[in-house]
Design a protein around this ligand. Structure first.
Ligand SMILES: Cc1cc2nc3c(=O)[nH]c(=O)nc-3n(C[C@H](O)[C@H](O)[C@H](O)COP(=O)(O)OP(=O)(O)OC[C@H]3O[C@@H](n4cnc5c(N)ncnc54)[C@H](O)[C@@H]3O)c2cc1C
Length: 484
């Protein structure tokens, strides 16, 4: 029997990212992982933002291993039927990895930093006590019980049941197989066809994976292998001479958990939400959300406001799902097959979630998904050219009458604190900090100052001059500072 601050279920990128951060914050962290590593895992094309995350976790070297392929060009057929070549510079610095090896390396790093790992050890059951969770874990030879204040459920798709899902997009299934690398270019290929789309990339074991994404209804009339072969034959980029064998499949319908935070039991990664594979950002989004969840957990464990922590965690989950859903819809709308084809039509219009058990969170998410049916119009201020500092310098200034002050939770030293933020029609969200500088105390000085130049000079006594100038220009550009 053992007692921890946090127990994490599952050692995918979501679980291990949370573990690394919580260990760095000084907590006693345990993890159970049911599979022996390295285990096979799809989801190997990592988006450019992954580098920042690995740097932040002090794990940069893990993306420089021999199995990581950098600078892959891409061939794309999407908006028209003519192939479009994307150089690595245009694509951004993504990485194609072997997920089995990367997940194993990340886990090894967490163990070296103090993680108490149980592997192979399958989570089986939980009991809630007044102040903590009692969790039963199955090891090969015996069962053990672990006690923990928080449990972070990062078991991927096994960590969420059908009845806990709010489906956020039309159903979709992935079918994949491998061909010899010699049959395909050393590039990522993406191609839209009438009934779906295909993605392919070289894997680290000298194969080329070809993955097709289709509506599961298309598999009801014909066996999956026939559907897959027909899709390949329809393409320009994936017309391989020898058809691949050993077809694999899995559902990839996007969803979100309807109650992701219950009694200090939090869902992470794909146990919390899954996004359409179109953007290849699943791993990045999962890790980013884990970092946000650790801020909420740290806030509660440090004696902070638990309600604020839960709100912050839920807001970040909601933002992630809503933004990605909106982006995906716009991207499907650009596909050349267009609204004439059911697959494309259904995915380019809002998908109204089905009626399911409602929770306050699922209601909030459904509402937010419906409110984002039309893209936001660009604000007038967003179209302004950056004004010239010298021209602004002598001009008189005042605060916009449309500015409002609101209290909001902000991350300070990995904890949430209440701060005063500004709300303005030209801002997409409330802002309390600009470049890590608290903005409210600086704005309090504005009424006593007559010109733009004096404002920058006064602020530069508190922050470096270039930053003072940058903040003042930003606020002018957004019309939060305006002429008197
Ligand atoms: C077909 C497909 C293609 C994808 N392509 C991409 C892509 O190109 N790029 C990208 O970024 N993302 C992609 N994704 C998404 C990506 O795979 C996921 O976002 C990512 O794996 C989520 O990480 P996770 O840590 O939440 O879950 P996982 O990586 O699934 O890890 C969960 C872990 O929990 C363990 N576990 C399960 N049950 C238990 C239990 N009872 N007890 C203990 N441990 C348990 C599992 O063994 C596993 O190791 C794709 C997903 C799919 C399905």
């Amino acid at each position: 029997m053992d007692t921890f601050d946090i127990l994490i279920l599952g050692a995918g990128p979501a679980g291990t990212c949370a573990a690394l951060r919580l260990l760095a914050l000084g907590y006693r962290v345990a993890m159970t992982e049911s599979a022996a590593f390295p285990r096979h895992q799809v989801g190997e094309s990592l988006s450019p933002g992954i580098h920042n995350l690995f740097d932040y976790l002090d794990a940069t070297a893990l993306l420089q291993q021999p199995h990581c392929q950098h600078q892959l060009p891409a061939q794309v057929i999407w908006e028209s039927t003519t192939p479009f070549q994307l150089t690595p510079q245009l694509r951004g610095h993504g990485v194609m990895v072997n997920r089995g090896l990367l997940d194993k390396d990340l886990l090894k790093l967490a163990v070296a930093r103090g993680l108490h790992l149980l592997q192979p050890a399958r989570y089986e059951k939980r009991i809630r006590h007044a102040q903590h969770w009692e969790v039963q874990v199955r090891l090969p030879e015996r069962r053990i019980t672990v006690h923990s204040r928080f449990v972070l459920d990062a078991r991927g798709r096994q960590g969420i049941t059908q009845s806990e899902k709010l489906i956020t997009a039309p159903p979709m299934v992935a079918l994949w197989s491998h061909v010899d690398t010699g049959q395909m270019p050393a590039a990522t290929c993406v191609e839209a066809v009438a009934e779906g789309w295909l993605w392919g990339a070289p894997t680290s074991d000298n194969q080329y994976r070809v993955m097709a994404f289709v509506d599961p209804n298309s598999l009801q009339q014909q066996p999956a292998a026939i559907v897959y072969e027909q899709l390949l034959r329809e393409t320009k980029l994936f017309r391989v001479p020898a058809l691949p064998e050993r077809l694999q499949s899995c559902p990839v319908t996007a969803y979100a958990h309807i109650q992701p935070w219950r009694n200090e039991w939090l869902q992470l990664g794909e146990a919390a939400f899954a996004i359409d594979p179109l953007s290849s950002t699943g791993v990045e989004k999962a890790m980013r959300f884990s970092l946000q969840a650790t801020i909420a957990v740290n806030t509660v464990l440090k004696g902070g406001d638990a309600v604020m922590a839960q709100q912050f965690y839920e807001e970040k989950l909601l933002e992630s799902v809503v933004h990605h859903t909106q982006w995906t819809r716009q991207y499907y709308a650009k596909g050349w097959p267009g609204a004439m084809h059911a697959f494309w039509k259904e995915r380019s219009v809002p998908h109204l979630p089905e009626k399911i058990t409602t929770t306050p969170f699922s209601q909030q998410l459904s509402d937010a998904l419906q409110q984002t049916t039309t893209p936001l119009p660009p604000t007038a201020a967003g179209n302004n050219q950056a004004p010239n500092l010298l021209k602004l310098w002598p001009g008189s200034i005042q605060l916009s009458p449309a500015i409002k002050y609101v209290t909001t939770s902000c991350v300070v030293d990995d904890c949430l604190q209440l701060k005063t933020a500004i709300r303005h029609p030209n801002l997409q969200r409330d802002i309390a900090f600009l470049d890590a500088v608290e903005i409210y105390p600086l704005l309090q000085m504005v009424p006593a100052i007559s010109t733009f130049g004096m404002l920058v000079t006064t602020w530069s006594k508190q922050v470096p001059f270039p930053l003072a100038a940058k903040m003042a220009v930003f606020l002018w550009d957004k019309e939060i500072l305006c002429p008197q």
